[in-house]
Design a protein around this ligand. Structure first.
Ligand SMILES: Cc1ncc(COP(=O)(O)O)c(C=O)c1O
Length: 394
């Protein structure tokens, strides 16, 4: 039965009603291998007469249950689980790209994705270009005959730019490239990349899907044939999560819709509060009419997400004092969990970049990224307020 609501889908989507030993939740199948009862069974398997699991790197029932749930949530035919978001992303690229190919990346992707594009791909003879995919017309200008992949993040991190996926999908189709969308920040609750024309969706499940800051995992969703191709690459690269991680992910996903809807509402309130503060120079949140992509975001996103970025009207040192004065958010990398997290982007995610590179990417010393958790927004606003006072004086 197809479910209409995302809360029902989060709880029941992709699940079999009848589980082993009549358990309600899927058990953790903690095994590395799957013995055959005799050689006849092995030969039947070799001949393709029976289908079954054989070895942990090729699949595990708990992991498969998580995959079925993620596929159901994204509205894709199939999904694959990975040991991390980066394992998911790099395995996709190594599936689709060969020497001589060209790939277009959104000009503000996660810094390790960028490092993979600038450091590893050239060693394999693949050229990468970075484009502000949110700027209309920029993609068409940069596409080449050998462009095989367009890689977008929606929204981007940390400025929360919102590329128009319908436009990107049309451009990708025209040149025969695959459109891969990293939808980590948006989640399947806020964005439906496959319905908008993407070929493949990737997630760092470490973030909203897991949702509790307690696991590292990644996922890929696509049509069955494409997933089969990516699985062949995963089988030899080996980046799969352990069964316990898969179990925690399923448990986390059950509350995904409830969490994301709370975070959408809370982040919007916080963004509106920050926009009114004289100590704040600029707020980046696609739900605000002042955001340059507010119109595209409204047409494409069901909610504007739980991350708010903002620049203080302050030096880097004063910004650090503000962060130190916060009492609720933890000073930690990552986003999408139940605990609010905060970072000064220039000193964390972008600390390995030169000041000039940071300037080119628009990473000001006073840029703060706040991942809104499940705390009450009123408490977070009171905390932000007292920290601003502490850093700027009364
Ligand atoms: C948008 C985005 N994609 C991918 C990743 C990589 O995910 P993981 O840390 O699970 O490897 C991150 C990590 O922060 C991210 O922010």
């Amino acid at each position: 039965m197809a479910f209409k609501g995302f809360s029902t889908l989060s709880v029941h989507g992709g699940e079999s009603r009848r589980k082993p030993e009549n358990t309600l939740t899927i058990p953790i199948f903690q095994t590395a291998t799957y013995p055959f009862s005799n050689m006849d069974e092995r030969l039947a398997y070799n001949a393709g007469k029976i289908s079954r699991l054989t070895y942990g790197r090729y699949g595990n029932p708990t992991q498969r249950a998580a995959e079925a749930k993620i596929a159901a949530l994204e509205g894709g035919e199939a999904a694959l689980l990975f040991a991390s978001g980066m394992a998911a992303i790099t395995t996709c690229f190594l599936t689709f790209l060969s020497r001589g190919d060209h790939v277009l990346f959104v000009d503000q992707c996660y810094w390790q994705t960028r490092a993979f594009a600038t450091e590893l791909l050239p060693r394999l003879g693949v050229k990468a270009g970075f484009v502000p995919l949110w700027a209309p017309g920029e993609v068409k200008k940069t596409l080449r005959d050998n462009t095989k992949v367009i890689f977008a993040e929606v929204p981007t991190n940390p400025h929360l730019h919102v590329p128009d996926l319908r436009e990107l999908a049309a451009a990708a189709r025209e040149c025969g490239a695959k459109l891969i969308v990293d939808s980590t920040m948006a989640t399947p609750i806020n964005l439906r990349p496959l319905e908008l024309g993407a070929d493949v969706v990737v997630h760092s499940a470490t973030k909203y899907l897991g949702g509790h800051n307690d696991l590292v995992a990644g996922a890929v969703v696509s049509d069955a044939e494409t997933v089969e191709m990516i699985k062949a690459t995963r089988d030899y690269l080996g980046g799969i999560p352990d069964p316990h991680g898969a179990y925690l992910l399923i448990r986390g996903i059950k509350t995904l819709a409830v969490r994301v809807r709370h975070q959408n509402r809370a982040a919007l309130k916080i963004a509106q509060f920050l926009e009114e503060r004289p100590e704040v120079r600029r707020v980046y949140y696609p739900g605000l009419p002042s955001h340059p992509h507010h119109r595209v975001a409204k047409g494409q996103l069901a909610g504007f997400g739980g991350v708010v970025s903002f620049e203080l009207d302050a030096t880097g040192e004063q910004t650090s004092r503000f962060l130190d004065a916060l009492r609720i958010p933890y000073l930690a990398s990552s986003f999408g969990g139940v605990e609010s997290l905060v970072e000064q982007s220039a000193l964390t995610s972008f600390c390995k970049f030169t000041p000039q590179e940071r300037a080119e990417l628009g990473i000001a010393d006073s840029l703060v990224r706040l991942s809104v958790g499940l705390e009450d927004p009123e408490d977070l606003i009171a905390d932000l307020s007292q920290a601003l006072k502490e850093a700027f004086g009364p």
